[in-house]
Design a protein around this ligand. Sequence first.
Ligand code: ATP
Ligand code: MG
Length: 411
Amino acid sequence: MAQRVCLVHYHEIGLKGKNRARFERQLVENLKAALAAFSPCEIRRLSGYILVTFAKQADVPLAHERIRKVPGVARVSLAFLCERNVEQYAAAAVEAMREAEVTGFTTFKVHAKRSNTDYELDTIAINRAVGEVLCEAFPEKKVQMHHPDLVVNVLVVQGSVFVFARHDAGVGGLPVGTAGKVVSLMSSGIDSPVASWKIIRRGAVCVPVHFSGRPQVADTSEYLCQDLVRALEPAGGIGRLYVVPFGDCQREISLACPGALRVIMYRRVMFSVAERIARMEQAKAIVTGESLGQVASQTLENIIAVNEVVDLPVFRPLIGSDKQEIIARAQELGTYGISTETAPDCCTLFMPRRPETHAKLDQVHEAWDAFDHDAMIDHLVDTLEYVDFDSCPSYRAPRALRERHEVLAPR
Ligand code: ATP
Ligand code: MG
């Protein structure tokens, strides 16, 4: 019986011209990390695909599901790996077509491709030989050359023949590690984990930063954030989470500034600290989960009033998304259940009754100068804490912090 393997398709990478080899190498590395928990497997590039072969056949279905979640994967096929033996690969084609019956197809065609011309059968002969066997096995199905419901692929490569009919969609995007590094502001809410995932899917390594209300409130939100990072692990984009105990500073701000502007002050401090972390991490942008008009703080005026404290570009991947769309994605990613557990974080702490919705910049500047924001930002950077995760092969910790690891030790 033919062996089952995974054939990974990655069309977008194919478009990237000279970068292609680098993108493919990164995808292979990321797939290795993603599949580390399975039996030893071999992962290599093969004629426009990435081939994954497993020591234990029982691992294949689960690994196939795991591969679909790796950014850069457009589609995955559970293929049959056969010898150059017509009976064997035609039998595999019958099996592949039987498995595809769940899709309810009625028309099909065989599509043979050879990357080695030293095989005595050409593609027309392969199509005919396999087609005959399939027509006999499935007399109720019809052959159709143009736009058939199902294509049975027969791929002759380097002495082997791969047969596959179905493929399952991957998450698409680009391999993590090909688009640089960003810092993302992560609350324990619904939006920011989705925003982080979106930027990870475009190939960026993401360094989330969470501001908790500790010591004014319990540290529950910090643990929820760790759970969120774990839920995002299949994408392989996060190597470290920073936690900033922010409660005392919020108290200080709430005593010094007009109530209506408090939230904007909190957020200006959060952005400033995130930018400092970005500089240490050599990250080149900041990401938030803001969506225009979703809550009081997310009006254009307020976004401008917060944005002006940083020089790095701020990306807001959800700015044009409706809540329902964000929730649907969060459910798919498995973050929704965690995000809807209630935990007091810095958002719930010292909240004014009527937050400003259309901040005027001169009033914002006056409030900003009512407390020593520079000293506060320095203090917060000095008291940073972090937790490391091992699911992102492209993450490199900043040197400066590596030495201080003991002092800042994760709990
Ligand atoms: P979310 O669902 O991501 O919490 P939200 O709808 O609650 O967003 P806001 O509270 O206005 O909206 O937060 C907007 C963005 O600011 C968040 O998406 C996140 O990027 C950032 N943010 C908010 N609170 C925190 C926090 N405690 N720590 C880090 N970032 C935060
Ligand atoms: Mg929130």
